[in-house]
Design a protein around this ligand. Structure first.
Ligand code: ZN
Length: 255
């Protein structure tokens, strides 16, 4: 699918130009040190599907970012007591990066949501983008980065200690610790994804978008299925979670 990649790259260059004029958010250049969630990646989106032009994609991103951010911040302040809710929404302008979204923290421990150009170009409508953005914000609101790090450290400790008790060499203990860290981090990965889908759907709804339409994005993703220790849950489970979240939110507000 070389042609697809080429067209994404040239589209991306134009999105950057338009984004610099339009976006009320910062545009980030170059590589960024990132961690935790990566949104599921779209592989080789088929040509011929309706795709926004670069101008429309940048305008859509600016519009959705400015609508979702205040709601994400409000929900964050309600759920987190540490006040780390000053979201910044950035674009990673490296044209070769695949479609992806991340959340990380800046030096002041404030949340940063980062979207690659390929992801922005791949969004078919504002509902999809709002859903992905709200999902990433939810990972921060629910403190998943910290929890994942803690599970990873705990896994490393348990495995390394078990290896030591079994008489393993320092090298083998180190290896066991690495396996334990991976196991610890992955054990809760699917749960975190579903939690972020649930809260993300409610944030997107509150921001005025249709999370069910947004979650149609999953239909275009390769389904990870029930892979043991896979990082993402099956698409059907994610869609069911979104539906449950929307029903609960609508019940709560009586509509
Ligand atoms: Zn995620």
């Amino acid at each position: 699918m070389g042609e697809f990649r080429k067209s994404v790259t040239s589209d991306c260059a134009r999105i950057v130009q338009v984004a610099r004029r339009l976006l009320p958010v910062l545009v980030l250049s170059g590589a960024v040190a990132l961690s935790a969630c990566s949104a599921p990646q779209v592989e080789n989106a088929p040509d011929g599907e309706s795709r926004l032009g670069p101008q429309a994609a940048a305008a859509q991103f600016a519009q959705v970012a400015s609508t979702v951010e205040p709601v994400a911040e409000k929900v964050c302040r309600r759920k987190r007591k540490d006040g780390r809710c000053n979201f910044r929404i950035l674009v990673d302008t490296s044209p070769w990066r695949p479609a992806n979204a991340y959340q990380t923290l800046d030096r002041d421990n404030q949340p940063v949501l980062i979207f690659t150009l390929a992801l922005i170009a791949d969004m078919r409508n504002p509902d999809e983008l709002a859903f992905v953005m709200s999902h990433e914000a939810s990972h921060h609101i629910l403190d998943h980065l910290r929890k994942q790090r803690e599970y990873s450290e705990a896994g490393a400790k348990v495995y390394a200690e078990a290896a030591a008790r079994g008489g393993a060499s320092p090298e083998q203990q180190k290896k066991a610790g690495e396996i334990g860290a991976e196991f610890g981090a992955r054990s809760y990965s699917k749960t975190f994804e579903l939690q972020a889908d649930y809260l993300g759907a409610q944030i997107a709804l509150e921001a005025g978008y249709d999370p069910l339409k947004g979650a149609m994005y999953f239909q275009r993703l390769p389904d990870p299925g029930e892979e043991f220790l896979g990082s993402h849950p099956p698409n059907a489970e994610r869609l069911a979670t979104v539906k449950r979240a929307v029903r609960a939110a609508k019940r709560k507000r009586g509509s």
